[in-house]
Design a protein around this ligand. Sequence first.
Ligand code: GLV
Ligand code: MN
Ligand code: MN
Length: 418
Amino acid sequence: MSAGLPEIDSALLQRRIDELSLITEAESPAVTRVLFSDADLRGRDYVAGLGRSAGLALRVDAVGNMFARWVGSAPDAPVVATGSHIDAIPNAGKFDGVVGVLGGISAIEALQEAGFKPMRSIELIVFTAEEPTRFGIGCLGSRMLAGAIPLEKASVLRDPEGKSLDELRGRAGLKEALDSVALPKNFYSAFVELHIEQGPLLEQQHIPIGIVQAIAGPSAYRVRITGEGGHAGAVLMPGRRDASLAASELALAVEKAAHESGSTDTVATTGKWEVFPNAINSVPCGVMLEIDLRDTCLETRDRALVLMRSASEGIAARRGVEIIWEEINADPPADGDPKTMTIAEDVSLQLGLATRRMVSRAYHDSLFMARVCPTTMIFIPCRKGYSHRPEEYSDPAHITAGARVLAGTLARLSHQPL
Ligand code: GLV
Ligand code: MN
Ligand code: MN
């Protein structure tokens, strides 16, 4: 390990990324791996196989978070962790999450190859359902590790077919009680997640490494609108109570509220719509919307929410419909840990890689890991900032550089005094 900086087997890492991308419910190059689907389970097996080959000790918790540990010479000391997710939203790309998981394994293998001896153990985590696809809530696994979701709320989660978390995890062989998932205090000493940027800045600025100093706080709402249905030909326009028109007005109000929050960091999206009965010749009697609202600052996020809710009341009164809001989640932003960020920057500098500090506007499992231990993320460029689409792409040289920075950072963190 020259100057403490191990080499990554770049070709092997690329091959693994390609192999994992073929485990998908969608047609390649698109990747779809929804929590506990056949593809997700096969993907987990694939990663577990790599962990076993690297001689790591494997463990899976009750919600399906997977842990692969390289035991250090101080096995009882708080552990250094890395990792990300392998679940993928419908029609996604092959790098989101995967770079952090397979890059994490490569980083550990590189350290092993270089003869590094960990003091604190180093653990790779594959988090369950970072994506909200199945249960409508993001970061399910890390959220539960951080104890950031009441168990009553987790146990009533249902997927669109009405299947419960308990039923699905039971089918995947996960029988332990969910209250065993939350981490005890001081379990981890630090967490570092390698991830593609999912934005264009690093590529535009020709900077290979981003160090994440803050993650925007996500919130999500389910809104049910009830109006009155009827025959599209027979019911005349005056007096209609069309739920879909109320929903359309509300979506525009959501956009306006984000513009008027007072911060350019406020973003709001009405990305999910279900219309009942969804027939061309029927006046819609019901609509379910899901609204995603994020900000780096809680004050402006709250201001946008107040504007949306008050617009919603006006729409309900004017159109004679009922509008009921349900909060899915409202998570605060997270800060990167200054010491951990500095270590990752020092390692990058040693490797001759330029860095910049940045805000993550996407959420990540790091948002919740930051609640339990000092945390940062290492971002690498991705082409045009594309993500959550099959065109997602990161240059192999950037992935290798990110994994090298990760390896060096894990090594330093593993030898941090007890
Ligand atoms: C994560 O995928 C997000 O939506 O930010
Ligand atoms: Mn994602
Ligand atoms: Mn991700």
